[in-house]
Design a protein around this ligand. Structure first.
Ligand code: GNR
Ligand code: NI
Length: 174
């Protein structure tokens, strides 16, 4: 098991479009395990491969309070969307910011599970929000893209400033 480094906005690698997973093999399952370790440690309720600089179409999620309901979606496709709901979203790649985003309320998704079996599931509530947020990552899209240009620039500038002060901090220690 290994904890992976999470890319942060405005890193241009977060803008890459992920390509389909071709083989659900031992190496892919190792990546899935590492993504869960990274997500639980963060802590977060979902993680897309894009966020750990792997540009393949897979995501993991667990919105349960006991952290014992892991979901693995490989090559996910939304078949149906129903209703809309607005909720506050955050993102491990945009640390410290929470903003209202509108999403579909119910979604029906076709994907491969961790054994490479094709399945269809319906999601609602927080898990539906999370799956849509993670699928956006696979397209190179972030929740800040739904905000105004002014808000997005403000978040980008503050995160760049935070990053610079963290780098100065390291330079002082070493
Ligand atoms: O941990 C996360 N919480 C969250 C809260 C509301 C809507 C979406 C999310 S996903 C986020 C983890 C993350 O950045 N996944 O890409
Ligand atoms: Ni995110």
């Amino acid at each position: 098991m290994a904890k992976l480094k999470i890319l942060e906005f405005p890193d241009p690698r977060l803008r890459k479009k992920a390509v389909p997973v071709e083989n659900v093999d031992a190496a892919l399952r190792q990546l899935v395990d590492d993504m869960f370790e990274t997500m639980y440690d963060a802590p977060g309720i979902g993680l897309a491969a894009t966020q750990v600089d792997v540009h393949r179409r897979l995501l993991v999620a667990d919105v349960s309070s006991e952290k014992n309901e892991p979901w693995v979606l490989i090559n996910p496709v939304i078949l149906e969307k129903d209703g809309t709901e607005v909720s506050e979203e955050g993102c491990l790649s945009v640390p410290g910011y929470y903003e209202a985003v509108e999403r579909a309320e119910h979604i029906r998704v076709r994907y491969l599970d961790r054994d490479g079996i094709e399945v269809e599931s319906e999601f609602e509530g927080l898990l539906a929000v999370c799956v849509q947020h993670e699928m956006d990552h696979l397209e190179g899209k972030l929740f800040v893209d739904y905000l105004s240009e002014a808000k997005r620039q403000r978040i980008r500038k503050r995160l760049e400033k935070d990053r610079r002060s963290r780098e100065e901090e390291r330079a002082t220690v070493f």
